[in-house]
Design a binder for this molecule. Structure first.
Ligand code: BEZ
Ligand code: FE
Length: 326
């Protein structure tokens, strides 16, 4: 802390013993929480005060030693050192302690029910994927174990009104478990990614792969934490979506294969019941698909209005403000 804010903590003379008692007390925590300068924004003041309270409580409750704390500092430093434009170790660590799923729920809480549930973005989204016509394929390069699948459906509002002109971005890993930006993915930059626009009736369709389960990268701090927690790194088979339309809340989600053994045991806690789907085997009745793909999926998506999300946020804030006043 800059000296002008530290001095106030010890401005009266205390014996060393009393100073140590003071540091270990809530009074010290309060002095740190209230030490922010006049230019700190109200949001910064609120978040930093809350963070300091929780971090001090954590240290006191667990009687943290310098050795423990340095382990944590080294862990955070390694998260940064491991990250680059292809790898986001910070997101991975947040995911395995359930933080992205919690923040996702808080961000997407809505006053409307019956819209498609959101799920975490994860670290592998890339903007500006190629725009394909409906029915197009996101598979630019397949590997021998890839299994093709055709997905089609409608984007609507929560009353079932079709939303033409909605933008759908989809992305997935290959059957070896690697996304296009990962070093072990053998394929072009935007392989297994694409953008589609719904027609006037809200319809979309595309060819992709039946998704495959994969381990999240576990050769860094996230993997070390998984080991400490005695947990596996696997994510259930899934396809990612980002669906947007003016006036509606952008939906970031994933669909999960009901037959995958990890759908009820996700390493990052992101699965919700209404986004579990059943891929069906294509047969001779599917004249347009037979011989081209092995599986098909019909899947409709329903978007919440932006105003319903904003109302839910305002209600949550009002509840919080009322609690503070109590
Ligand atoms: C993903 O779904 O792509 C993902 C999510 C969390 C951690 C790693 C990967
Ligand atoms: Fe994924």
């Amino acid at each position: 802390l800059p000296t002008q804010y530290c001095i106030s903590v010890f401005h009266f003379s205390l014996s060393t013993h009393k100073q140590i008692k003071f540091i270990m007390s809530q009074a010290f925590t309060e002095s740190v929480k209230t030490s922010l300068g006049p230019n700190a924004t109200p949001r910064a003041k609120k978040l930093i005060a809350s963070l300091v309270q929780h971090v001090h409580d954590f240290a006191r409750e667990n009687h943290l030693t310098t050795e423990d704390w340095l382990w944590g500092v080294d862990f955070i430093n390694r998260i940064g050192q491991m990250s680059d434009s292809r790898r986001n170790e910070g997101i991975l660590v947040c995911d395995i302690i359930g933080l992205e799923t919690l923040v996702d729920a808080l961000t997407n809480e809505s006053e409307q029910s019956n819209h498609t549930s959101s799920a975490i973005l994860g670290p592998f989204y890339l903007p500006d994927s190629p725009v394909y016509p409906n029915g197009g394929s996101i598979v630019q390069k397949a590997i021998p174990t890839d299994v093709k699948c055709f997905v089609r459906g409608k984007v609507t509002d929560t009353e079932g009104k079709p939303l033409g002109g909605a933008q759908l971005e989809v992305w997935q890993c290959n059957s070896a478990g690697f996304y296009s930006q990962q070093a072990d993915h053998d394929g072009p930059e935007f392989n297994l990614r694409g953008t589609f626009i719904t027609d006037d009736e809200g319809n979309y369709s595309f060819e992709c792969l039946r998704p495959t389960l994969y381990p999240i990268p576990y050769d860094g701090p996230a993997g070390d934490l998984l080991k400490i927690m005695d947990r596996h790194p696997n994510r259930p088979s899934h396809i990612h979506w980002r669906v947007s339309h003016p006036g509606y809340h952008t939906l970031i989600t994933q669909i999960y294969d009901a037959e995958c053994p990890y759908t009820n045991n996700d390493s990052v806690y992101a699965v919700k019941d209404d986004i579990i789907v059943h891929f069906e085997k294509v047969d001779n009745k599917d004249k347009d698909l037979v011989g081209k793909v092995e599986y098909k999926l019909d899947y409709d998506i329903s978007l919440a209005t932006e105003s319903s999300i904003q109302e839910a946020r305002a209600a949550a804030k009002a509840r919080q403000d009322a609690e503070i006043k109590l």
